[in-house]
Design a protein around this ligand. Sequence first.
Ligand code: ADP
Ligand code: MG
Length: 288
Amino acid sequence: GKSQEAQMPATVPCQYRTGKTLGSGTYAIVKEAIHVETGKYFACKVINKRLMEGREHMVRNEIAVLKRVSSGHANIVTLHDYFETAHNLYLCFDLCTGGELFDRICAKGNYYEADARALVRTIFVAVQYIHDSNIVHRDLKPENLLFRTEAENADIMIADFGLSRIMEEEKLNQLTEICGTPGYMAPEIFKKTGHGKPVDVWAMGVITYFLLAGYTPFDRDSQQLEMQAIIAGDYKFEPEEYWQNVSETAKDFVRTCLTIDPAARPTAAKALEHKWLADEKPHFVLDQ
Ligand code: ADP
Ligand code: MG
C-alpha cells in the first residue's frame, strides 16, 4: 500500500496485476486487479492524473469520504488500498462481481415489485447511514449500485463517492454547484437554491421508478426538456401497461421521494417508515 511513488514503476503498480476492464466513468477506468502476493482479486479504479489536472481535490475528497463510511456498512463498497504512480491514482476496492444494477434492470425489463422493494429498502438503510455520517452521495443511480456476487439475491453495494460531499452540521443545504447525472438530479440542483441530503432521496425516487417500470420518469428528447420536467415534477405512471401490476403504495412511495420542495421531501429515515418499506410483509399480491 500507501504512497510509494519513488519505488513504483511508471505505469503498473508492482503489487497488483490488472486484468479486464469492469467499467468506466468520466475520469476513471475500473479494472479487475489481482494482488500478486496474496492472489486476492480487487477492483482497481485507475484515475489518469492528466485528465484530473486541477481536480485532484476530487480524488482526495473521494478517499476521505470512503475512509469515513466504507468499512462501517455492509452495503457500501470497501476501499482497501490507495496509491499512485507518476501517471495514475489507484483506488483498490472489494471486487463486486455481480455487475451494475443498471444492467440487471435492462436484462429483466423491470423488477417484480417485491424484489424492487427489498432492494430499495436495503439501499435506503445504507443511504441513511451515509447521511448520518454527514455525507451526501450526489450520484446515486443504477450504474453506481453494484452486486457483490453474480447470485440473483447478491448484496447490493453503493459505489462511486466521486461526487459526494462531507456536510457541515449547521449548514444543511450548503452545496450549489451543478453536478450529477441529469436524469437523477433533484430540482433544487438546477435551481441553484442550495442542496444537500434531500438530493439522494430524490435520486432514490427515480431509481425506484426505474426498477418498477424499466424506464426513467424524466427521460425527454433533450437535456433542456429533461431539466424542465424535473423542475416541474412532470412525470406520470404511464403507459398503463407498465404500471398495472404496481401497487398504489409503491406509487405513493415514488411520489413521496419525488417531492419537489426538498424541505418537504422525506429524509432517508422517514422514507424507511413509509408503509411500502416499513411493513414486515408485502401488502400486495405477487401476481406477476
Ligand atoms: P466513475 O466515477 O468514473 O463513474 P465508478 O466508481 O462509478 O467511477 O466506477 C465506474 C464503473 O466501474 C462502475 O459503474 C462499475 O461498473 C465499475 N466498478 C466500480 N467499482 C467496482 C467494484 N468495486 N467492483 C466491480 N466493478 C466496479
Ligand atoms: Mg460512476
